[in-house]
Design a protein around this ligand. Structure first.
Ligand SMILES: [Cu+2]
Length: 128
């Protein structure tokens, strides 16, 4: 006999998870499948990100102050950012997509959409 009292609990938990989880997983997969088909990505422009969320964010004028490709960060002197309720200032943004920083130099005038992602101010899209 090894730990007979733990067996019923485990079975019940698995049944509960299966009952709760299966419809949710199916629904999520169906939603993702439909969404992917409805939004074919265009990679024709190398300088603007095909970001699904970017269209909802306002474009903000900015000037590049420093590019750090090693850490994926860019320092921008940016204008007011309405969606973050932020006045113009110079600050560092995270840039998850490495290709956004390619060819970017201090002094470049750009436009960006930015958002707070996982507590970090992040460039969602960039155009020159
Ligand atoms: Cu700022």
């Amino acid at each position: 006999m090894t730990h007979p009292r733990t067996v019923p609990f485990t079975i019940q938990t698995r049944q509960a998870l299966a009952q709760l989880g299966t419809p949710l997983i199916l629904a999520t997969c169906m939603w993702l499948g439909t969404n992917a088909q409805a939004q074919p990505h265009s990679h024709s422009s190398g300088q603007t990100l095909p970001a699904a969320t970017a269209s909802a964010l306002p474009w903000v004028d900015a000037e590049v102050r420093k590019v750090d490709t090693a850490t994926g960060k860019v320092t921008l002197k940016h204008g007011p950012i309405p969606n973050l309720d932020m006045p113009g200032m110079t600050m560092v943004f995270a840039v998850p997509q490495a290709q956004v920083l390619q060819g970017l130099q201090a002094g470049d005038k750009v436009q960006v959409t930015v958002d707070k992602v996982a507590g970090q101010f992040t460039v969602q899209a960039l155009r020159r």
